[in-house]
Structure formats: structure tokens, C-alpha cells
Design a protein around this ligand. Structure first.
Ligand code: AMP
Length: 213
């Protein structure tokens, strides 16, 4: 099973990716997580990515495409994989199509999560994430038992730089200008399935499973 999840920031892609990846027993490949891990470890890639991610801009395609191609060559992908946050523009989608053609592989589905701009802003500005295990919380809708502390591992919760209000507007603009056009790209291939990102985690998960079938 080879899946792509597309949707605006805050649509819950990360949560649904984890559920779907474990349901289909496939690795969850999140380019955002790979960048954050590199930034935390202060690697060369991390130093390069930091200025882009903290401003809510896309890391240049030359860097991102190579990083993804390297990941897709690893040998834990016999069952397939789920790509979360990639591709993020038409250039990346074309790069991925070429990569798959060269390896005689095909995607099974592209799952789009749809959500209004208003809802996105509310979700992102209140989101807090565990520094240790990345589990997401929300200061209003999914409060941790103890303020600032992760229910799952006791780690410290923090607000991602790119969830700060001044950056959210730019991320939305980047999504609408650069990422939304890939929806049409995949519509033309017949792979696109669109579902609403409103509702409980379980409701959205069931919707996703039905859409993929
Ligand atoms: P995410 O966690 O998916 O929202 O990604 C966080 C940040 O990482 C984005 O705002 C970008 O700066 C960067 N990033 C993640 N995926 C990509 C991608 N496919 N292309 C370029 N930049 C990306």
C-alpha cells in the first residue's frame, strides 16, 4: 500500500498518518518530522532547513526531493509506505512520479483532508506538541491532564515556531499557492480521494479507510 496524505496544516494529517500506517503496517514518512529531527540534532540538513521551516516556507525542492529519494531507497518499504507532507508542490509531485516510474511502482491513493481556513487557524494557534514523543495536544480541545506536560510520556509540551500566529498566515498562503495545485495534479490521475477533516479522530479514520478501499 502506497499512500500520500495531503491537506492544509492543522488538518490532522500527522494523527491520521500514524493510525493508517499502523493499520496497513507501513512506515509513516513525514518530511516535516525528518526536518525537525535534523534541526534538533543540528545536522547540516537541519541547519539548512531551519530558516525555511521557522518562517513557514518550503525547504527548496533540490534538498527535499533528494532527502525523500534517499528515504524511499531504504529496505523497510516492502509493504509500501505513507507519505505525510510530501509532495508539497507540483515540482515535487512530478519528481515523485518520475521516481516511481523508474522503479516500476505505483501509488494506491492520494488522500486529501479538507478544512476551512477559520478552523485551521483555531487548531494551529492552540496546538501544543510534546518535545519528546511529538504527541499533539490542544489548549482548548485536547487538553493534557497537567498543563504543559505530555499525557503519554511526561515530556514537555511546546508551541512549534511555525504554529505562532505570525507564521500561520504565511503557511496558509504557501499551502494555497503551492500545495493546493497538486490536488488537481492527482485528480487527473484518478487517485485523489477527498474527505472532510471535521469530526473525531476515529470518525475521520473510518472515513479515510472507506475512501482508500
Ligand atoms: P509539517 O510538519 O509537514 O507541517 O512541515 C513543517 C515544515 O517543514 C514546513 O512548513 C516546511 O518548512 C518543511 N517541509 C515539510 N515538508 C516539506 C516538503 N515536502 N517540501 C518543502 N518543505 C517541507
Amino acid at each position: 500500500m502506497k499512500l500520500i496524505l495531503v491537506g492544509p496544516p492543522g488538518a490532522g494529517k500527522g494523527t491520521q498518518s500514524s493510525l493508517l500506517a499502523s493499520h496497513f503496517s507501513i512506515p509513516h514518512i513525514s518530511t516535516g518530522d525528518i526536518f525537525r529531527a535534523n534541526i534538533k540534532g543540528q545536522t547540516e540538513l537541519g541547519k539548512l532547513a531551519q530558516s525555511y521551516t521557522s518562517a513557514g516556507n518550503l525547504v527548496p525542492d533540490s534538498v527535499t526531493n533528494d532527502m525523500v529519494a534517499d528515504r524511499l531507497k531504504q529496505d523497510d518499504l516492502a509493504n509500501g509506505y505513507l507519505l505525510d507532507g510530501y509532495p508539497r508542490n507540483v515540482g515535487q509531485a512530478e519528481f515523485l512520479s518520475n521516481f516511481l516510474n523508474q522503479h516500476q511502482e505505483k501509488l494506491d491513493a492520494v488522500l486529501e483532508f479538507s478544512l476551512s481556513n477559520e478552523e485551521i487557524i483555531t487548531r494551529l494557534s492552540g496546538r501544543r506538541v510534546c518535545k519528546n514523543c511529538q504527541a499533539p495536544f490542544h489548549i482548548e480541545f485536547e487538553r493534557p491532564k497537567v498543563t504543559g506536560v505530555c499525557d503519554k510520556c511526561g515530556g514537555e509540551l511546546y508551541q512549534r515556531d511555525d504554529d505562532k500566529e505570525e507564521v500561520i498566515a504565511n503557511r496558509l498562503e504557501v499551502y494555497n499557492d503551492q500545495t493546493a495545485p497538486i490536488i488537481n495534479y492527482y485528480k487527473n490521475t484518478g487517485l485523489l480521494k477527498t474527505i472532510s477533516a471535521l469530526g473525531s479522530v476515529e470518525e475521520i479514520f473510518q472515513r479515510a479507510l472507506i475512501a482508500i478501499k
